[in-house]
Design a protein. Structure first.
Lengths: 579, 181, 426
């Protein structure tokens, strides 16, 4: 196998890797700015210098030439090479800053030039704390500045579009944002304008950067030049906890990181998954923080003489069980939800199946033609395939309306799905029966419920979803509810504030913890009241059970989903129908 | 009332001819910008949009190109633009004197336009006429070589009278040298 | 040793009136070489002859043109291009425009022959946008050549097709750099490309491309006509041929002169150009455009205009655009202006050039305005080290060399400025 020597250590490689990516893949730290693994390589920041050489091959003897001490003769390139654009070849020798004073100096030199026109405003810059320029300046930068002149002044606080703001002075002209709009989102909305040190990115005059993927440019900007108008000045990076999750605004199921501070979701960023969303996600998925934080149902609510009042969990359970008592099998309609997780749907379905209530349906939310073939899917819900695999009957709006108007349902149990709000049902159909709504946010459907059960949402519990291409992926709790605790739930991330914050800190309160529990947990409580308890203590146990009883889920576990960044469980999505 | 910018049928035919010279649709942007600038006197954003639309290429790309090349007028300039070369040889041979003379004469600084919109002055980089320094170019067109203050005065007066200086053919000195031998 | 130049008859720009007209050009043997090549020669023969003639690129790099042609891969049926570089933006350079004006068909004939040698489908002639009048002249010449059947389909019944298009730049020095020129031809911002891939593999529109200077291609018909041996007999041994010297600055008769390579700089100044204005002494000479290191006036004895001699003297041939400065010249001012030029023209792609050129200029302004300190001179040299060889194209080097060599070779001018500051006294 071909070999390469980096700082005197031998590595083997396959194919034609680029030296920088190869080093990063092998855990070797190396400074760079403009390179991005999913974009073309302009090699313009000139930061990833290495010394590179190749062994001298003697065609006559068909062997490498050796020097007196028996070592291969290495012919080094006359100039320093940028590792990002350098293809590895067999026998190549690379010297980085760890072994070459020249490289170390060159990296410092480039850093000095970058900083010449970069404002020293880290204390008020959103990027501080996660800024490649800041980090690399600490690690590889010069000690001080020799630049005693005026910096180039450029426009600040330019609203490039509805979601992205530019500070042109901070820009280091890596062109990642421009390349993103040219190569990934393909809207071609950005360009670099002007020339030399007056360069900066811009949109054409009279247009705006309304690319549905525009916020990805903020993620890949290696400095604080592009910031999110939504997140700007809201939180310092080191105050937040970062937890892996799944974007549930869409059937695609982009992998995300959920950033919370004091149990408020501050922002969402894409998490790398080459099989799903690479490094990207659509902008509207990030706006989901509103659903996570605002308009939440906290504490159960019951309808008492026409008034909606907050109630206790005990009372909610009691109400639920009492209304269930004595109903015939065709008098209960269970409406699963493609918006809810596999586990919640499964727990609901299992209980009612055990009780003999088999009207179990769901209505998908697919808007044909609304997708873009990239990361925006026609399917508006994250778990349509999950519902199908669990065996909920798939109904259209018309069929559900027919069922409700013809049937004689005394009780309807619905998992979070705003059926009225999205026009599936007319509200009159829900008025007669005893209507239980299990959801996280108030909406037009919950407003009609006789009993509202507040359930934990996708960032308050571990749960999984089967996306529109048949891949199961899961979330982790990012945000505490009234009943969860970071220090006890080892899956939850514990940040600096959680460790060191005190009650006297601005950012440490309990007011953002919602009084809710996972739907499966509530169902389990009801089941216990009915002596049908299963003993579930966590979503991962439910997944283990699903894996053992449903063939499509065979062999799955949270560990496996984590290890493999999600598991493809459906080969051909077009063949999936409700079991 | 806002101006509208459009190409005539003849110009569109001319653009089709330009397009035929290049294998892709992005490449003709420079000649088409030239055509637009020659017609409208500038390539302000509205004209850039027109060019982008005509060629079916992103407007941002056109903007990037316009702002990269110094000869495209992304903002309106005077009717006559004096591009006074001040680089190296012209600097050595008095290019700055010419520039300052012109500035004094017109009462504006380099980079500015006279109030009546007649003249703009720019201090520009080497125009490739080093042997004939100091020199300037008028509105991306004719070269005026071997400038003196008097010659500059004459040019300004002529322009005011609507007379553009003519192309100066500078004899090849070697031919002259030998003929004089 | 200087070459015999006094008996040299110009061949690139011969003394024939109105030679730019195609009829006159034809009457004087024009396009005969093309006819000869198309009729009797193979492409390999052309390439080999040109390679043997050792025409060294007249755009600045001085690379053997025929050798460059031989890097083109075998034709695969797809389009292949020549980009003829008439950007000519290096300060001190104004030679190609003489070809456009006085002998455009020599270039056209050369480009077609080169096209035949490399199985080219189209030649793009890139001319800087400022040369509006010369672009028109060139366009006229190309139109005439089309009308006479030297360009287009089935040239002179040979079955060989080639097109030629004139493309106007729009004011960007960087577009004289070959990969930037290609970007500009493709309608983009002139950002130089990372090599590899080299233009011969992936050039214009991703196809094999050779970039040659206008003057380089104009030499081709002469080589075909007279043979490589004749050509190598002209001028300096390792850098032969006639060359267009563009001489400007403080001389009595500035202009473009055609003489063999290897002319002594002193001959050019004193005999060809009639000496320095006002009979002054030469303080400095920039031999080949503003990026080539300046030579001191007292170091000129025996220095000749060819690659070897200039390398020994510590400079380069570049474009042979010589700038002569007399004894009253202030080198601080001159260097500042050169630095301003490169600062203005840096495309802004690579960090060391984008921010380094500005750093250099701002430091030079500080010195020029009398605020400089001795340490600024060391800083300048240090910045040069930080820029040289660290960027995609050579603009950073072009910006750094004049600074490095002006500061070291004319240090007294700089020390005089900085010593007068309060900082130096403190």
């Amino acid at each position: 196998m071909p070999e390469i020597f980096i700082d005197n250590v031998r590595y083997e490689f396959e194919g034609k890797p680029l030296v920088l990516q190869f080093m990063l893949d092998h855990g070797l730290d190396h400074p760079f700015f403009c390179y991005h693994p999913s974009l073309s390589i302009p090699a313009n920041c000139r930061q990833c210098y290495v010394e590179a050489g190749t062994p001298v091959f003697n065609r006559e003897t068909n062997s490498y030439e050796l020097d007196e001490s028996g070592e291969r003769v290495i012919r080094f390139f006359p100039k320093l090479m940028t590792a990002c654009s350098l293809e590895a070849t067999d026998g190549m020798v690379i010297k980085t800053h760890r072994t070459s004073a020249l490289v170390e100096r060159a990296q410092k030199d480039t850093m000095e030039f970058i900083l010449v026109n970069h404002p020293l405003d880290c204390p008020i810059c959103d990027q501080a704390g996660e800024c490649p320029l800041q980090i690399q300046t600490y690690k590889y930068g010069p000690e001080g500045s020799r630049f005693e002149h005026k910096k180039v002044h450029k426009p600040k606080r330019i609203k490039l579009g509805p979601r992205v703001i530019l500070d042109a002075e901070r820009c280091i002209n890596c062109t990642r944002c421009v390349r993103f709009t040219e190569e990934i989102s393909k809207t071609h909305q950005l360009t670099i304008i002007s020339r030399g040190d007056k360069n900066y990115p811009a949109v054409a005059p009279g247009t705006e950067f309304d690319d549905p993927y525009s916020l990805n440019t903020v993620d890949i900007c290696p400095v604080g030049a592009l910031t999110s108008s939504d997140f700007r000045f809201k939180a310092r990076v080191w105050e937040m906890n970062q937890t892996p999750g799944i974007d549930i605004t869409n059937g695609k199921g982009c992998n995300i990181d959920v950033w919370t501070r004091d149990n408020v979701v501050m922002r969402i960023t894409p998490r790398y998954n080459p099989a799903v969303n690479d490094h990207w996600m659509p902008d509207f998925g990030r706006e989901d923080i509103r659903r996570m934080n605002e308009n939440r149902i906290s504490k159960p609510e019951v309808l008492l003489d026409g008034d909606r009042i907050k109630s206790s969990w005990n009372n909610a359970e009691l109400n639920f069980t009492e209304n269930l008592a004595g109903l015939e099998s065709n008098e209960i309609l269970v409406i699963g939800s493609a918006f809810s997780s596999v586990e919640d749907n499964y727990a609901v379905k299992k209980l009612f199946s055990t009780l003999g209530f088999n009207h179990q349906v769901f209505v998908p939310n697919i808007k044909e033609g609304s997708g873009d073939g990239f990361l925006i899917d026609d399917d508006q819900y994250p778990n349509t395939n999950g519902c199908r695999l669990l065996g909920f009957e798939e109904l259209t709006s018309e069929k559900l309306t027919l069922l409700l108007s013809k049937g004689n349902f005394k009780m309807i149990v619905s998992l979070e799905d705003d059926l009225v709000g999205r026009g599936v049902l007319n509200e009159d159909l829900l008025k007669e029966p005893y209507f239980v709504y299990m959801g996280s946010n108030h909406n037009k459907t919950s407003a009609l419920a006789d009993l509202i059960v507040p359930i934990a949402n996708s960032v308050e519990q571990s749960c999984s979803y089967v996306n529109s291409s048949g891949r199961i992926q899961r979330t982790t709790a990012a945000k505490e509810t009234l009943y969860t605790n970071r220090r006890l739930n080892l899956e939850m991330s514990v940040g600096r504030l959680d460790r060191y914050g005190t009650k006297f800190d601005n950012w440490v309160t309990d007011r953002n913890r919602i009084d809710c529990i996972p739907a499966w947990d509530f169902i389990e409580r009801v089941a216990t009241n009915l002596d049908k308890q299963t003993g579930y203590e966590s979503a991962s146990e439910i997944m283990d059970e699903i894996a053992s009883v449903l063939p499509a889920f065979n062999g799955l576990s949270y560990d496996r989903i984590d290890d493999e960044l999600g598991v493809q469980i459906i080969g051909d999505v077009s063949k999936v129908t409700s079991a | 009332m806002s101006e509208t910018f459009e190409f005539t049928k003849e110009e569109l035919a001319e653009i089709d001819k330009i397009k035929a010279k290049y294998p892709d649709k992005k490449s003709p942007v420079m000649p088409v910008l030239w055509l637009a600038q020659n017609k409208f006197g500038h390539v302000e954003p509205e004209v850039q949009q027109l060019v982008a639309k005509t060629l079916d290429i992103p407007a941002a790309h056109v903007y990037g190109v316009v702002s990269f090349y110094t000869q495209y007028y992304g903002t309106r300039k005077g009717k006559f633009v004096f591009d006074v070369c001040t680089t190296l040889t012209c600097q050595l041979c008095g290019g700055y004197d010419i520039l300052h003379h012109l500035e004094d004469k017109l009462g504006i600084k380099a980079g500015e336009t006279t109030e009546d919109g007649m003249f703009s002055i720019q201090s520009v980089e080497c125009l490739g006429a080093c042997g004939y320094a100091p020199m300037m170019q008028i509105t991306n067109g004719v070269y005026c070589n071997h400038l003196t203050k008097e010659k500059v005065d004459r040019i300004v007066d002529d322009l005011k009278a609507g007379k553009m200086p003519e192309f100066e053919q500078i004899p090849f000195p070697q031919h002259q040298n030998e003929s004089s031998k | 040793m200087s070459v015999d130049w006094k008996n040299f008859e110009p061949v690139l720009l011969p003394k024939i009136p109105v030679l730019h007209k195609i009829d006159v050009y034809e009457k004087n043997g024009g396009y005969d070489q093309l006819k000869k090549v198309l009729k009797d020669w193979t492409p390999e023969k052309v390439t080999n002859e040109v390679k043997a003639a050792n025409i060294r690129g007249r755009g600045g790099a001085g690379f053997n043109a025929g050798l460059k042609w031989s890097f083109m891969p075998k034709p695969d049926g797809g389009p292949r291009y020549i980009a003829a570089n008439g950007d000519e933006s290096e300060p001190g350079t104004f030679k190609d425009r003489q070809i456009f004006e006085y002998n455009p068909h020599l270039f056209i004939e050369g480009a077609i022959i080169a096209g035949f040698a490399m199985s080219i489908t189209a030649v793009y002639v890139y001319i800087r946008g400022e040369y509006k009048d010369w672009i028109d002249m060139m366009q006229k010449a190309v139109d005439d050549a089309y009308a006479k059947g030297y360009l287009g389909k089935n040239i002179l019944g040979s079955g060989f097709d080639i097109d030629m298009y004139v493309h106007s730049g729009a004011g960007a020095y960087i577009c004289g750099e070959e990969s930037s020129l290609m970007e500009s031809l493709e309608g983009k911002r002139g950002y130089p490309r990372v090599k590899p891939p080299f233009p011969a593999q992936k050039g214009l529109w991703g196809r094999p491309t050779t970039i040659n200077n206008i003057e380089t291609l104009a030499n081709v018909p002469l080589v075909i006509k007279n043979g490589a041996e004749w050509y190598t007999g002209i001028g300096a041994k390792n850098h032969p041929g006639p060359v267009l010297y563009g001489i400007s600055g403080h001389v009595n008769r500035p202009g473009v002169y055609e003489y063999p390579t290897g002319m002594s700089i002193n001959d050019l100044i004193y005999d060809v150009c009639g000496g320095v204005r006002g009979g002054k002494k030469v303080k400095a000479v920039i031999p080949g455009g503003s990026s080539t290191p300046p030579l001191r006036g007292d170091q000129l004895e025996g220095v000749c205009m060819d690659a070897d001699s200039l390398r020994t003297a510590g400079s380069m041939m570049g474009t042979a655009g010589m700038i002569i400065m007399d004894e009253d010249t202030d080198m601080v001012d001159v260097l500042w202006r050169i630095s301003h030029f490169y600062h203005h023209e840096s495309c802004g792609q690579c960090t060391p050039c984008r921010d380094g050129t500005g750093f250099l200029e701002k430091t030079l302004i500080k010195i020029r305005d009398g605020h400089g300190e001795m340490r600024d001179l060391d800083l300048l040299l240090d910045l040069c080290t930080q820029m040289e060889g660290r960027t995609i194209c050579a603009l950073a080097d072009a910006a750094a060399w004049p600074v490095r060599y002006t500061v070291t070779r004319f240090r007294e001018d700089f020390e005089k400025r900085v010593k007068n500051t309060v900082y130096a006294l403190a």
